[in-house]
Design a protein around this ligand. Sequence first.
Ligand SMILES: NC(=O)c1ccc[n+]([C@@H]2O[C@H](COP(=O)([O-])OP(=O)(O)OC[C@H]3O[C@@H](n4cnc5c(N)ncnc54)[C@H](O)[C@@H]3O)[C@@H](O)[C@H]2O)c1
Length: 264
Amino acid sequence: MTSVLSGRLDGRVAVVTGAARGIGEAIATRLAAEGAAVLLADIDGDLAIEAALRLSQSGSRAEGVQTDITNEESIAALRRRVEAEHGRLDILVNNAAILDGTPLDQLTPQRYDLVQQVNQNGALWTTLGLLDLLKASGQGRVVNIASILGVRASQDSIAYATAKGGVLNMTRALAVDLARHRILVNCICPGFVDTRMALLPDGSGHEHQTDWFRDIYIKYGRIPLKRAAQPDDIAAATLFFCGDDCRYVTGQYLLVDGGVSSTF
Ligand SMILES: NC(=O)c1ccc[n+]([C@@H]2O[C@H](COP(=O)([O-])OP(=O)(O)OC[C@H]3O[C@@H](n4cnc5c(N)ncnc54)[C@H](O)[C@@H]3O)[C@@H](O)[C@H]2O)c1
């Protein structure tokens, strides 16, 4: 994790969803290191509080909040908490999601709908639930964490890839609608990242440790940078979209994938 303390986000307040672990925790850590007060919102409230405590102990302003981004009342409670404790919101990172690798012939409408609700609709309703605070900021930033599977597909990715593709065009539509409020909306598309999402569904280990991953992606260079990403690689790119250096970029997505989308 970074120890940079530039102060470039001093005075800003940020919400990061899905921040109890993985990429969300790394983003919260980076934003806090740059001076923002950060609310780590996650359906796993205990883990979010623990993650926030670690940040507070290293001198950052951070708090964990139990939040389910598929639940309207839960988002309203998050909004009340932000307003009561900080009175403002400048940055929202819509990062929470669930993994799905259900084969096409086993997909049920219930499973498909759940993946869309969490991975696509959750980002929209969280943004709209916090919108009045972001408008009042005058320098609002929304960053949606999609995936390389928003622009590509792989075996058994129908529910997940459809949702992440939706996040990309939702980013553009929100960017157009929110420009009049000086809110910039952009999107990060991670490639392979070392988090629990890379654990194999059958419990046999970590995708990035398998022979096929090491051969195809590392040895033969399908990932030109020859490694999976660490969560703070994603956080570093996210930071650009959250700060003042991003002032004339909106409605865009950035692949943070070690170059894998440039090969075939
Ligand atoms: N890890 C990867 O290889 C990878 C690749 C591309 C994109 N991504 C994306 O990056 C983001 C973070 O992924 P990660 O790898 O850190 O995953 P993760 O599973 O480690 O973390 C996701 C977090 O989201 C939370 N969450 C799930 N449902 C929620 C809900 N309804 N409300 C609030 N919180 C909820 C979980 O509790 C968890 O803490 C996701 O959007 C994911 O799709 C990850």
